[in-house]
Design a protein. Structure first.
Length: 323
C-alpha cells in the first residue's frame, strides 16, 4: 500500500518529517511518500492508495487512479470539497474532536479579555498609563448567555466550558432534534438564528464552512445582537461578511469581536479590522496545541489500521453536507 503524505503551507501547518518517520516505523509494510510542495503531489499522486493531505486540487485527483481514501489533519475539509471529489468514490475523513478543548479555552479566554477590558489595559500599559477609570465597566461571564452557532465537537466543547463558567448556553444546529449536551439549555434550528442573536451576550461561531453558512453574519444579523454583546469567530472567515462587521463595530452596534479566522489569510494589512479598538485579532491560532502533530498523526494511524483491517473509519465526512 502506498500513502502520500502532503501537509504543507505556512508554519506551523507543515507536518514535521519526524512524524512521517514515526508512521514508517509503525507501518513498515506501507510505503510513505512525503510531498513538501504541490509539484511533488502531482508527481506521486498516481501511485497513492491513501492520502494524508491538507488539500488536493482537481488536476491531481484526475491523476489519482488508485486513490481510495483521504484523511485531513484538520477538522475543516474545504480544501478537499470540489465537485470532482464530491462526485468520486474517494472516502474523506477528518480530524474533528482534536481541537475542541483548546478552542474552548481560546473562546473563554478571548471573552474574558473583552469583558474585563484586558486588551484596553495592555494598550494603556504600553503607554505607561494608569487608566483605572476606563476599566470601570468590567463585566463577568457568570450569569450571561452564550449563543453558539454550530454544535459539533468544537461547539459542544465550548458549551461545556461556558457552562462551567456559570453561563447559560443556547445553540443552533442543522439537526436541532439530536441529543443535546447537558451544558446546553436549548437548541434551535438555523432558521431561529435571530432569536439566538437577540438573546446572547456572547455569540460564538463554530459552524462548518458550507454553502448554507457562507456570509451568515452581516449587518442585518449584527444589528439583531445586543449593543453590549461580543462576537467570537473560531469557525471559518467566510461565515462573516467582513466589511459589514468592520462597519458595525466602528459604529458601536455591538461591543466588540474576537476574530481568529478570516476570509483571506493572512488578513490584509489594509483591513480596517486591525485598527478598531474593540477588535481582538488572533492569527488562526485557536486550534493550536503543543502536541498537535502527535495527536493528528495518531488519529490517522488509528484510521490507517482500520482501513487495512476493513473496519469502519473514524470521522467520515458527509461529502454532500461538506463536513
Amino acid at each position: 500500500m502506498n500513502v502520500l503524505v502532503a501537509i504543507y503551507g505556512s508554519h506551523p501547518w507543515n507536518i514535521p518529517p519526524a512524524n512521517v518517520e514515526y508512521l514508517r516505523r509503525r507501518f513498515p509494510h506501507v510505503v510513505f511518500t512525503h510531498a513538501a510542495r504541490e509539484p511533488d503531489v502531482m508527481a506521486h499522486i498516481a501511485g497513492a492508495d491513501v492520502g494524508f493531505l491538507g488539500r488536493l486540487r482537481a488536476p491531481a485527483l484526475a491523476n489519482a487512479r488508485r486513490l481510495r481514501w483521504v484523511h485531513s489533519p484538520a477538522a475543516g475539509v474545504g480544501n478537499l470539497m470540489f465537485p470532482e471529489m464530491i462526485a468520486s468514490d474517494v472516502i474523506i475523513t477528518n480530524s474533528r474532536g482534536m481541537h475542541g478543548a483548546v478552542i474552548a479555552e481560546h473562546v473563554i479566554g478571548t471573552a474574558i479579555v473583552l469583558f474585563r477590558h484586558i486588551d484596553v489595559a495592555i494598550r494603556a500599559q504600553l503607554r505607561h498609563r494608569w487608566e483605572q477609570a476606563d476599566l470601570a465597566d468590567i463585566r463577568s461571564l457568570r450569569g450571561r448567555c452564550m449563543g453558539i452557532v454550530g454544535l459539533g465537537a468544537v461547539g459542544s466543547a465550548v458549551a461545556g466550558a461556558a457552562a462551567a463558567m456559570g453561563m447559560r448556553v443556547i445553540a443552533t444546529r442543522r439537526r436541532p432534534g439530536a441529543p443535546r449536551p447537558a451544558s446546553v439549555e436549548a437548541v434551535y434550528p438555523p432558521s431561529q438564528l435571530p432569536e439566538l442573536l437577540a438573546a446572547s451576550d456572547v455569540v460564538v461561531l463554530a459552524a462548518p464552512n458550507t454553502e448554507a453558512t457562507q456570509g451568515l453574519i452581516g449587518s442585518p444579523e449584527i444589528r439583531q445582537m445586543k449593543r453590549d454583546a461580543i462576537l467570537i469567530n473560531v469557525a471559518r472567515g467566510r461565515l462573516i461578511r467582513e466589511k459589514d462587521l468592520a462597519a458595525e463595530l466602528a459604529r458601536g452596534t455591538i461591543a466588540g469581536a474576537a476574530l481568529d479566522v478570516f476570509d483571506r489569510e493572512p488578513l490584509d494589512v489594509a483591513s480596517p479590522l486591525w485598527d478598531l479598538p474593540n477588535v481582538l485579532i488572533t492569527p488562526h491560532t485557536s486550534g493550536f496545541r503543543e502536541d498537535y502533530w502527535e495527536a493528528a498523526v495518531e488519529l490517522f494511524a488509528d484510521n490507517l489500521r482500520r482501513f487495512e483491517a476493513g473496519e469502519p473509519l473514524l470521522n467520515v465526512v458527509d461529502k454532500a453536507a461538506g463536513y
